[in-house]
Write a protein that binds this ligand. Structure first.
Ligand code: PLP
Length: 548
């Protein structure tokens, strides 16, 4: 197998192609509104299974990422170093340990929450932060003062993404990060995780208003030419390609942990079950599968915000609202859009941005005639027209060929709030695995394993799939530590034998966090986005003068 000497990237909507990895990392979103994808999905080296099975997480990440990032762009030694530093912040030596939850049912959990903020987004954002820094340091060699290329990362958060982004970028040279959150509407722990990071380049803004108000301000700032011309505004949201790429590693890593374990029955098939919101996590699994990882099916687990589940249950209708009598309800206005608040808030989305990437590849592959260039152009045309329909009519329907292609690789399950709590309870009372990694949550009295509500959506979906496919191994991704979602966990487990949140769930890192020194800038509603723009300018200026 020859390593791709120059992997190039294109936009799903067709306007740009031939881009380098560095271009797509810094840009995030294509100028036509599309998402960046690799021109080709690399295939695995012939001997991948024997060569890679015993590698550490970091060494495995290097092998996989090297297939997407040309050494002419980032020399191998540098890439290795970036990877090492990104995962050195994880508390567990496996980085993403695999736990045998239920031997009989062949159910495993893949714990993705051993990073600095106790959520799976750390896997991607630790890497992205180091990547930004690396690119900037290289661009700024020999440059001083105003000549240096700087980035101003701005984002809105309803809770989890903010802290993971802050921990990814804290202390990084030539990057300032501003995180807007709705004052009083994120949990005290989530707020403390953000505001107690005192590095000079970290700026938390508590906005008087809702999460939507925060997002509207961020959108206006991104569209503002004045700020962009002076401050290079950048995003770290889940559409950044580097985030997807970093996440492919744990699919491979967990596959090896499973298949090299003594209990594994050779030749049995493996399914991955992924609690999904923006479709970034499971898309990484799809790339792993397409590269050649033997995954039988990927199972999308949604909460009551179920656009992805409805896509699969309705023969390929991707609509903000349920279709009625086989017809889309026309004329859905953005202001009618309702996101449901659930116990798994990090999955509360109306549309899943990264789904566009999958649809592009499926549209490309089901286009059978014409040159590669023609087929690419046709796929991009389909995507553009579908996404336009989503905007103007509230939804679209894919071709039967695309739908069948999606069905070959995916299944979906919707898990309600009630079923989420039931699953937390059910697993707590029936599963006490003997080998639980330090730092995951379980009762020290009964050994009962304690899921967070997002992970419980995944496990709830897994149990249904197991009923239909006994004998198949299921790896269910755990995306957050249960301490972060105390409310739902308490609702599920209060009064159960041996359950004590303070004693068994709360990590020592969280104890006393809310009393620590913190820094936050309040933003009154009447300031509007222009007021926030002035705060951004002022705080960056102070940062540069060393006044923070
Ligand atoms: C972001 C997030 C998800 C959803 O992941 P996507 O990549 O958006 O599908 C699930 N669980 C938790 C805890 C998250 O933070």
């Amino acid at each position: 197998m020859t390593q791709l000497s120059s992997q190039r990237y294109l936009s799903t909507r067709g306007s740009s192609s031939g881009l380098s990895f560095e271009d797509v990392v810094l840009k995030g979103l294509a100028s036509d509104g599309g998402l960046f994808i690799p021109e080709e999905i690399p295939t695995l080296p012939e001997t991948w299974e024997s060569d890679w099975r015993d590698l550490s997480f970091e060494d495995l990440a290097f092998e996989i990422l090297s297939l997407y990032i040309s050494p002419s762009e980032i020399p191998s030694e540098d890439l290795k170093d970036i990877i090492q530093r990104s995962f050195a912040t994880f508390r567990h030596p496996d980085r993403t340990p695999l736990v045998e939850l239920d031997q009989q049912r062949r159910l495993y959990t893949l714990e993705l929450f051993h990073g600095p903020t106790f959520a799976f987004k750390d896997v991607a954002l630790q890497f992205l932060g180091n990547l930004f820094e690396y690119i900037l340091v290289r661009r700024n060699k020999g440059k001083e003062g105003k000549d240096r290329h700087r980035l101003t990362v701005i984002g809105a958060t309803s809770g989890d993404t903010g802290s993971a982004a802050i921990y990814g970028l804290r202390g990084k040279q030539d990057v300032s990060i501003f995180i807007l959150f709705p004052d009083g509407r994120v949990s005290p722990i989530q707020q403390a995780q953000m505001t107690t990071v005192l590095d000079a380049n970290v700026h938390c803004l508590a906005v008087e208003g809702s999460f939507d108000d925060c997002q509207a301000i961020v959108k206006s700032l991104f569209a503002d030419e004045d700020l962009n011309s002076t401050h290079n505004v950048a995003a770290v949201n889940s559409i950044n390609w580097a985030r997807i790429l970093a996440q492919t590693t744990y699919y491979f890593y967990s596959y090896f942990r499973l298949t090299t374990s003594p209990g594994y029955q050779a030749g049995s098939s493996v399914r991955y079950v992924v609690p999904s919101g923006n479709f970034g996590d499971i898309l990484a699994g799809w790339f792993a599968k397409r590269m050649g990882l033997p995954v039988e099916k990927l199972i999308i687990a949604t909460n009551e915000n179920d656009i992805l589940d409805r896509f699969f249950k309705s023969g390929g209708h991707y609509t903000k609202k349920p279709v009625e009598n086989g017809k889309m309800t026309n004329g859905v206005k953005p202001q009618d859009d309702g996101v449901k608040e659930t116990y798994s808030p990090a999955m509360d989305i109306l549309v899943s941005s990264n789904f566009e990437r999958l649809l592009w590849f499926l549209a490309f592959e089901t286009e059978t005639s014409g040159s590669v260039e023609d087929r690419r152009a046709k796929a991009s045309e389909s995507i553009s027209s579908w996404l336009n329909q989503l905007k103007t009519e509230g939804g679209f329907c894919v071709t039967p060929a695309v739908f069948e292609a999606a069905q070959r690789e995916f299944e979906s399950e919707r898990v309600s709030d009630e079923q989420t709590l039931e699953t937390i309870r059910n697993i707590y009372t029936t599963c006490s695995p003997p080998n639980v990694p330090a730092g995951s949550a379980r009762s020290s009295q009964t050994g009962g394993y304690i899921l967070d509500p997002h992970s419980a959506v995944g496990v709830g979906a897994s149990l249904r799939s197991i009923e239909r496919n006994p004998g198949t191994y299921h790896i269910s991704l755990c995306t957050a530590h249960s301490a972060k979602f105390a409310h739902a966990v308490d609702l599920a487990l209060q009064g159960q034998e041996g359950y004590d949140f303070q004693r068994d769930v709360l990590p020592e890192e969280f104890v006393g966090l809310e009393e620590k020194e913190s820094r936050v800038t309040p933003v009154a509603a009447e300031l509007g986005w222009q007021g926030v723009r002035e705060i951004v300018k002022k705080e960056v200026e102070q940062e540069l003068q060393g006044l923070r």
